[in-house]
Write a protein that binds this ligand. Structure first.
Ligand code: 0RQ
Length: 503
């Protein structure tokens, strides 16, 4: 243990998870480490739930994180009803249910914004930062585990800090973090990052010794991701995208090793990255938030030369393999705070190719990534907006239909808009790819319908568009029918019109 807890002054601060949890009071705000199941605080939040259950008194806290948590922490906290407000991202079915029945408040925030809002003092101040670490250095610096997320800003601004020192995570993680925190706005210098593999910060989070209230020793690994293997459709999406990128290289708009790649979470995004395995592209770089399985497959295959992210989120087998063989990845990886991985300044400077996932897109290119049928929260916008607005190429991928064809992912009007038509360059489905750059709305509509919609919905979309044209306008719509597809799905269980269903 002492090779992990190298600052001997800290010895007196070791406490049990139960004792640390006893410090958290009703009405407080806690900032938990964790980004897409990686590097999350596990022991203290779970001990807190147990304590509250035993006490059986009204209790609620605001919970800020990097992104989604693993180890059922979100599920258990939501189930116990102790979360008053949660931000900036979650991906848990139990929590989703509470958010959608209105019993829990959720702020769906651009992931790069949380740090700025905390710095500005524009949200409830953090009482306790609870962050996972793999080591505490001789001079008291916190070495995060498999994610950085918002931990640096939580530690900076919290009144107290609790460290969960995880002895089961590989100690080899030390050395892959680059912690850089921008100054307050108005006094800020340009962020000195011009290359994906560049270091500019410290190896860990610098913390005021007196702020550390407790250190809890833990030994639980991250919970594995549940990515579904690529299927025929996601492989087709990848093939369309790679063919497009090939043409961009031929046209001289991209270099042969492309530009730094970003990809969102989920099965589709992972499958798209998998598509690079069989492609001619090499010497690729990644500047993303989540590093999923496919990134490590591409590193192994020698296709990716360097990957910068904010968390490492892997399936069970991959996690074991990567942990046991971490030495071979160490000089090809960096983990940074999410404020930096998702920073508009850097995304624009590096000229990223951003690949994110849509729930639905409309005929003009507005994308919904969050609210099913316009109102039911799925996970959250995550970093997709940070990247889409600022990338060199903003790409959205989705299967053309969902729910066995009862839902078309291309609709007349997106029932919720996360990414406006102004932020969407390319839409790809298994049917094909629509390059929307430089196209006016009326040019976009036909391209999206022809290239991306499923054949079973194409005529129905064309009929809507033709009727819309009779009303005129820059972005023609039949407003009273714009959401009729969603209404039909809610009432009849399918977006397909009856006459079309018979054909
Ligand atoms: O539901 O599992 O109940 O069948 O949505 O859909 O096709 O499995 O896709 O796993 O890639 O997730 C957008 C949710 C896609 C995800 C989203 C239903 C579908 C299924 C999942 P079932 P798939 P994926 C990084 C960047 C957030 C934004 C982002 C996501 C379920 O990628 O949360 O990219 N992104 N952030 O059946 C109704 C439709 C539907 C639909 C799909 N049109 N209507 N349901 N589904 N399309 C994240 C971070 O920054 C951390």
């Amino acid at each position: 243990m002492w090779e992990r807890l190298r600052d001997k002054r800290m010895a007196d601060k070791i406490v049990t998870a139960e004792e640390a949890a006893s410090w958290i009071e009703d009405g407080m705000t806690i900032g938990l480490s964790g980004f897409t199941r990686a590097g999350d605080a596990k022991a203290v939040p779970l001990a807190l739930v147990e304590r509250v259950k035993k006490e059986n008194k009204p209790f609620g806290v605001n919970v800020y994180t990097g992104a989604s948590l693993g180890s059922d922490v979100d599920a258990v906290m939501a189930e116990a009803g102790i979360v008053k407000k949660r931000l900036p991202f979650q991906a848990d079915p139990v929590m989703r249910k509470k958010i959608n029945d209105g019993s829990m408040a959720f702020v769906d925030q651009h992931l790069s914004h949380t740090a700025e809002l905390i710095r500005q003092g524009a949200m409830d101040a953090i009482d306790y930062a609870i962050v996972e670490a793999v080591a505490i250095t001789e001079d008291g610096m916190i070495i995060p585990a498999t994610s950085v997320g918002n931990s640096n800003i939580f530690v900076d601004y919290a009144k107290h800090v609790i460290i969960e020192l995880n002895l089961a995570q590989t100690a080899e993680l030390e050395g892959i973090h680059d912690i850089y925190t921008p100054e307050v706005q108005g006094e800020r210098e340009p962020i000195p990052l011009t290359r994906v593999d560049q270091r500019m910060g410290t190896a860990g989070i610098v913390v005021d010794f007196d702020k550390i209230k407790g250190i809890v020793l833990t030994s639980q690994l991250d919970s594995p991701s549940t990515i579904v293997e690529p299927d025929a459709e996601t492989a087709e999406i990848a093939a369309h995208l790679i063919a497009f990128l090939r043409e961009e290289v031929k046209a001289g708009r991209l270099p042969e090793n492309l530009a730094p790649l970003q990809s969102g979470v989920g099965s589709v995004a992972n499958a798209v990255f998998n598509g690079f395995l069989d492609s001619e592209f090499t010497d690729l770089t990644v500047y993303s938030e989540v590093l999923q399985d496919a990134v490590f497959d591409l590193l192994d295959a020698g296709k990716i030369s360097f990957a910068s992210g904010c968390s490492i989120t892997l399936t069970a087998d991959k996690m074991q393999y990567v942990s046991e063989n971490f030495a071979k990845y160490r000089d090809k990886l960096l983990l940074r705070p999410q404020e930096i991985t998702n920073h508009p300044e850097i995304i624009r400077r590096l000229g990223l190719i951003a690949i994110n996932t849509a729930i639905e897109a409309d005929i003009y290119g507005n994308v919904n990534s969050t609210n099913v049928l316009g109102s039911k929260m799925m996970n959250g916008i995550g970093g997709s907006g940070d990247f889409a607005r600022n990338a060199r190429l903003s790409i959205f991928v989705t299967k053309s239909i969902a729910k066995g064809g009862k839902v078309s992912s291309i609709v007349p009007f997106s029932s919720h808009v996360d990414h406006t038509e102004h932020d969407v360059d390319i839409i790809v489905t298994e049917q094909g790819l629509a390059d929307l750059r430089g196209l006016a709305p009326r040019e976009r509509a036909l391209k999206i319908i022809e290239n991306c919609a499923h054949p079973m919905y194409r005529e129905q979309l064309k009929a809507y568009y033709e009727e819309a044209l009779t009303r005129g306008g820059h972005t023609p719509h039949v407003l009273e029918k714009a959401f009729s597809w969603h209404v039909r799905y809610a009432q009849e269980g399918t977006m397909l019109e009856k006459k079309a269903a018979v054909v």
